[in-house]
Design a protein around this ligand. Structure first.
Ligand code: GDP
Ligand code: MG
Length: 350
C-alpha cells in the first residue's frame, strides 16, 4: 500500500461534504518515527471465545533510574524498553502489551520525571503528564534504597492532580538492595496519600513478585474490546496497522449500524518535519459500499465520523508516542467487497 496515494481519486461524494477529524486534544509531545509495526500492533483478535474481553491502560511513572523499564520488561516477559544504569535512557514512552486469556494490559512507560529546563525536558515533562491521562492504573515506582528526593516530590504532586477514578499503586522497587526498605517506604507512602495499594518488589531479581502484580492488574481490568492484536508477530505496514485502528474505532461506534460494510485505507502518512512542532499527519478513507451508507457513517453534522476519529486518534497517539492529526473521509466505493482492484488497494494479496 502506498502512503502517498491521493485521497480523492475515483471517490464519489454525493454531498461534497468533507468531514475532518483533528488532533484537538493533543498537547505537544515528542514526535518521531513510529515503532515498527510488528511487536505490539495489529488487528484486535482476542480469540473466538464468547466471554467478554477486558482491556485497560497502565502507566508506569517515577523519577529516572528507579527501575521503570526493568519493571515493564519483567511484566511483559520480553525486552522492549531500553534499560541502563545511566538515567535518561528512556527518552520516549515505550508501550508494551500483555495479552492473556481474553484480557489485555497496555503499558505506558514514561521517561523519568526529572528537573531540567531544556526544551526536551519540557517535552518529556509534558509527555509524563499526558501519559497518566486516560489510564485505569498508575504504578508509581520508587527506589527503596533511598529516601524521597525533590524529583519524587514532583511525581507525588503530579499524582495529587489525577482524576480520582485513576488507581494509584505505589511500587517500592529494588527491595533486594535496600538497607532500610520499610523506613524508605513509609516516607514515600506519606507522599502518596491517594495510593490505594503499596507494595515492594525487585523488578530485576524477583520476577514472581512482578507476575503477581500483573495478575492483580489483570484481575481489575474493565470489560473492553482489545486495543491491539494478541498476536505479537505481524508483518503489517504502518498504514495497514493504522487503518486497522481506524476500522476498529468505526466498529465500536457503528456497532448497531453497519459494521461490516466499512473498510479503511490510509492514504497519507506524513511525519513531522525535523525541527517543526507539528503533528504526525495521517489521512484515511472509510469506504462504504452504498451511497445510502455514507450519511450513517458521517452521522448528524459529521458527529459519527468525528467520534470515530477521536477514538482512533487516541489509540494512534498512544502507540506512536506522537501528536497525531487524523483526517478521515467517508467515501463510496461501490460494492468494494466484490471489487478486486479495491481489495488490492486495501492490501489483500490478490
Ligand atoms: P528507569 O530509568 O526507571 O526506567 O530505570 P531502569 O529500568 O533503566 O533501571 C535503572 C537501573 O536500576 C538499572 O541498572 C537496573 O538494572 C537497576 N534495577 C532495576 N530494578 C532493580 C531491582 O529491583 N533491584 C536492583 N538491585 N536494581 C534494579
Ligand atoms: Mg526507563
Amino acid at each position: 500500500m502506498s502512503s502517498d496515494h491521493q485521497p480523492h481519486d475515483s471517490t464519489p461524494r454525493p454531498d461534497g461534504e468533507r468531514p475532518r477529524t483533528d488532533g484537538e486534544a493533543g498537547e505537544p509531545r515528542e514526535a518521531g518515527p513510529p515503532p515498527a509495526a510488528g511487536t505490539t500492533t495489529g488487528p484486535a483478535d482476542a480469540g473466538s471465545d464468547a466471554s467478554p474481553t477486558k482491556a485497560g491502560f497502565v502507566a508506569i511513572i517515577g523519577k529516572p533510574n528507579v527501575g521503570k523499564s526493568t519493571l515493564l520488561n519483567t511484566l511483559l516477559g520480553v525486552k522492549v524498553a531500553p534499560i541502563s544504569s545511566k538515567p535518561q535512557t528512556t527518552r520516549r514512552g515505550v508501550r508494551g502489551i500483555y495479552s492473556m486469556d481474553r484480557r489485555q494490559l497496555v503499558f505506558v512507560d514514561t521517561p523519568g520525571m526529572h528537573r531540567g529546563a531544556s526544551a526536551l525536558d519540557q517535552v518529556m515533562a509534558q509527555e509524563i503528564r499526558t501519559s497518566v491521562i486516560d489510564v485505569e492504573t498508575v504504578l508509581w515506582v520508587v527506589d527503596l534504597r533511598r529516601p524521597p528526593g525533590d524529583e519524587d516530590r514532583d511525581v507525588a504532586r503530579l499524582l495529587q492532580g489525577l482524576d480520582p477514578a485513576t488507581r494509584v499503586w505505589l511500587v517500592g522497587n529494588k527491595v533486594d538492595a535496600a538497607k532500610y526498605p520499610d523506613e524508605a517506604l513509609a516516607l514515600y507512602r506519606d507522599l502518596a496519600p491517594n495510593a490505594e495499594r503499596v507494595l515492594t518488589l525487585s523488578a530485576l531479581n524477583d520476577p514472581e513478585a512482578v507476575y503477581a502484580l500483573r495478575e492483580d492488574l489483570l484481575a481489575l481490568l474493565p470489560e473492553s474490546p482489545w486495543y491491539f492484536a494478541g498476536d505479537a508477530a505481524s508483518d503489517q505496514t504502518r498504514e495497514q496497522w493504522a487503518a486497522e485502528i481506524v476500522r476498529e474505532a468505526a466498529m465500536v461506534h457503528l456497532r448497531q449500524e453497519l459494521p461490516y460494510a466499512v473498510a479503511v485505507q490510509v492514504t497519507s502518512w506524513r511525519e513531522p518535519r525535523a525541527g517543526h512542532d507539528e503533528p504526525l499527519f495521517i489521512a484515511a478513507e472509510l469506504w462504504v459500499e452504498k451511497v445510502g451508507h455514507r450519511p450513517i457513517v458521517l452521522g448528524k453534522g459529521g458527529k459519527m465520523v468525528r467520534e470515530i476519529g477521536k477514538t482512533a486518534r487516541k489509540q494512534l497517539e498512544i502507540f506512536l508516542n506522537a501528536r497525531v492529526y487524523l483526517e478521515l473521509d467517508v467515501v463510496v466505493r461501490r460494492d468494494w467487497r466484490e471489487d478486486r482492484e479495491a481489495l488490492r488497494e486495501l492490501g489483500f494479496p490478490i
